[in-house]
Structures are given as structure tokens and as C-alpha cells.
Design a protein around this ligand. Structure first.
Ligand code: S3P
Length: 210
């Protein structure tokens, strides 16, 4: 990673390849890859689909926020964020305060095609998933476009995309360090092994102004 191990947050709509890209980028950087959905599932002891069904979407969004606020290491990780995570009010500013944010984007047609076989995404478990995607895409597109450097993933070989993300990260991590100083040591707080639900510690350095 960068000298200070600045975190990298990959955001973007469902089906833009955040998880697979996150794992490949982390392997190149020699650091840990985390997936917000998987961490939440591990900590909650049930799947995202079950959380949506039993507790509701709002409860899932609270878990996402807690995971970002205090449920993961403050440096040295690449986090693939669930598609709706960055859409929540104040989340983009929080992510940018905690590290480099890169948005993976794709055209509607690509997203529809890539998510066609999905069984695990509760938001698409509806009668007309394509219509749902179109509506969510329209609602969210402006936020994704503002969410850091946007990298288009359509028609791009995976390897080329990973290299593009890496180059962007290395440049932006240096800029992040110039602005914020070295990323704070985690000091054991908010590690991936700790419950995001119960972790009450504030983000190192405090939260960004809203
Ligand atoms: C969601 C995206 C999913 C998951 C949940 C909600 C969304 O993650 O967090 O189903 O609101 O876009 P992926 O983007 O990894 O599919």
C-alpha cells in the first residue's frame, strides 16, 4: 500500500465488480481485502438477505454505517463496499475522511446483464428486477459520479481495470497523506475481528464535519 497504508474504499452500483477487484488490488498491495457485506454477515450471524427480510433495510444500513465508522481497521485494508453504502447521507464524506475512495461504474445494460443471475441481492428479489435496477441507478447515479475517481468497467479486461485502480490509488493515497497526514495506527480498535455492532469507539481522529 502507500507508505502510510491509507485505506482504499471501492464503491459503486451492484455488479460493477467491487469485490473481485478489491481482492485483486489487495493482493497486489499485499494487504487485507474486506467486503462490507461479508463482514456484516459474519458479525450479524446471518445473510444480507436475512437481515433485509427479518430486520428491514434500515437496520442493514445502520450496520453498514457502524462497520464504516468503527468496525474495520483504520489502515491497511481495501474495502469493497455494498452498492448502497455510499448513498447514505454523510457516508461519502466519512469514507473520504478515512481513505481513498474509488468508484467502479458500468452502464445500465452491463449491470442488468451482470446481475441477471443474482440470488443473494434482496433489492433485486422482486418481480421486475430490471425496473428496480433502472430506478435505483437513476436515484444513485449522481452520488456515484461524485464518489471519488470514477472508473468505467464495461468492456475492460479485469487485469487492466485492476492496474488502473492501483495506479489511481497510489496517486490518491499520496494526496490523501498530504492532506490528512499518515493514516492513524489502528491500535486494535475496530479491527475486522471485532463486532461492528458493538464497537463504540469513534473513528480515529474524529468524524469529518457534516
Ligand atoms: C445493495 C448492494 C449489495 C448489498 C445489499 C444492498 C445496494 O452489495 O449491500 O444487497 O443497496 O445496492 P453489492 O453491491 O456488493 O451487490
Amino acid at each position: 500500500m502507500s507508505d502510510g497504508n491509507v485505506n482504499l474504499y471501492l464503491v459503486g452500483f451492484m455488479g460493477t465488480g467491487k469485490s473481485i477487484t478489491g481482492r485483486a488490488v489487495a493482493a497486489h498491495l499485499g494487504c487485507q481485502a474486506l467486503d462490507s457485506d461479508h463482514e456484516i454477515e459474519r458479525l450479524a450471524g446471518k445473510s444480507v438477505a436475512q437481515i433485509f427480510a427479518e430486520d428491514g433495510e434500515a437496520a442493514f444500513r445502520v450496520l453498514e454505517r457502524k462497520f464504516i465508522e468503527s468496525g474495520h481497521p483504520s489502515r491497511g485494508v481495501v474495502v469493497a463496499c455494498g452498492g448502497g453504502l455510499v448513498v447514505q447521507p454523510g457516508m461519502l464524506a466519512l469514507l473520504q475522511f478515512k481513505g481513498v475512495v474509488i468508484c467502479l461504474h458500468a452502464t445500465l445494460a452491463t449491470i442488468i446483464q451482470r446481475t441477471a443471475q443474482t440470488q443473494t441481492r434482496p433489492l433485486l428479489n422482486v418481480e421486475n428486477p430490471e425496473d428496480r435496477i433502472r430506478r435505483l441507478f437513476a436515484e444513485r447515479e449522481e452520488i456515484y459520479k461524485r464518489a471519488g475517481t470514477v472508473i468505467l468497467t464495461d468492456f475492460r479486461p479485469q487485469h487492466e481495470m485492476v492496474m488502473h485502480v492501483l495506479r489511481t490509488y497510489l496517486r490518491e493515497a499520496r494526496e490523501w497523506e498530504q492532506k490528512h497526514g499518515l493514516a492513524p495506527a489502528d491500535g486494535g480498535r475496530g479491527g475486522a475481528g471485532r463486532s461492528a455492532v458493538n464497537a463504540g469507539a469513534a473513528a480515529p481522529g474524529g468524524l469529518p464535519p457534516e
